[in-house]
Write a protein that binds this ligand. Structure first.
Ligand code: AMP
Length: 284
């Protein structure tokens, strides 16, 4: 039987029992509207731990004022069903009032890796992510937590937070799950118009092409690679507007001087009602 717990006190009681019984806890934090991407995190967790706990919480703190908090898709009934079918043991759905009863007196502020990629287009976003993940880690006390590489910057920042604060949790990154046409699965995809949905697979196609060209030695400099992606994406996307294209070292998220090494090529594209992100990573 899957348990559904909707408050912090109740969740902590469950955790105390699990810890007393020496169960290992795997944690899958989400904002709900579950799709196959989320379920791959669950799948990995079920292989590695005794008890899989998923949180579903649309975290107001990580949305900017003009962002899509209000229109972010929510479908708890369906999520609970999917979670149950895929072997989640406990679903935690706290309210915003429970999570943020007062203005916080001590806040999380991401210093490294937050001024680039999504950090520059979404000021405060990663502070909101770090805050909620820190809170959830303290409530759930997981041994292992699962994060998708679709949000690669999030993976890098959370790993850094875990190291900086000596948290006893292992972060396991999961490769991006895609639709058949290559589009990265995202809860936000439902907010694409029909025409936008037709166009959006070009985002991944372009990144994947750039990766294969880079691996074949096609680009001499980082600037050349970014310029090719910029030019190609702008040519292929009629409805989408490119927000950023970055080629960075991964996971340090620093600017590389050459194309060699462990790297991420990431982009964000604005559509009318939503904004999509995607990335490819590679070693060279
Ligand atoms: P979200 O509900 O969008 O906050 O995502 C919850 C978790 O699922 C995050 O760790 C995401 O990176 C991960 N995730 C979302 N979409 C995908 C995907 N297409 N493939 C793999 N992981 C994903």
């Amino acid at each position: 039987m899957m348990k559904h717990i909707n408050n912090i006190t109740g969740m902590k009681e469950e955790i105390a029992q699990l810890k007393a019984a020496k169960k290992t806890i795997g944690f899958v934090p989400t904002m709900g509207s579950l799709h196959e991407g989320h379920l791959q995190l669950v799948e990995k967790a079920t292989q590695q731990v005794d008890v899989v706990i998923m949180s579903i919480f649309v975290n107001p703190l990580q949305f900017g004022e003009n962002e899509d908090f209000d229109t972010y898709p929510r479908d708890l009934a369906n999520d609970l069903q999917l979670a149950k079918q895929h072997g989640v043991h406990q679903v935690f759905t706290p309210t915003a009032d429970d999570m943020y009863p007062n203005t916080m007196s001590v806040t999380m502020n991401v210093q490294r890796g937050a001024d680039i990629l999504c950090g520059s287009s979404r000021p405060g976003h990663f502070d909101g992510v770090a805050t909620v993940v820190m809170k959830l880690f303290n409530i759930i006390e997981p041994d292992v937590a699962y994060f998708g590489m679709k949000d690669a910057q999030q993976v890098a920042i959370i790993k850094q937070m875990v190291a900086d604060y000596h948290l006893n949790v292992t972060i396991v990154p999961i490769p991006t799950v895609r639709e058949e046409d290559g589009l990265a699965m995202s809860s936000r995809n439902v907010n694409l118009s029909h025409m936008e949905r037709q166009e959006a697979p070009h985002i991944y196609k372009t990144l994947a092409e750039a990766k294969s060209k880079a691996l074949q030695g096609h680009f001499k400099t980082v600037a050349q690679l970014e310029e090719w992606v910029n030019h190609t994406l702008k040519k292929r996307l009629v409805l989408g507007k490119v927000d950023y294209i970055y080629f960075l070292k991964f996971p340090s998220l620093t600017r590389p001087s050459t194309i060699a090494g462990s790297a991420i090529l990431a982009t964000a594209v604005h559509y009318e009602k939503t904004r999509l992100i995607d990335n490819v990573t590679w070693e060279q």
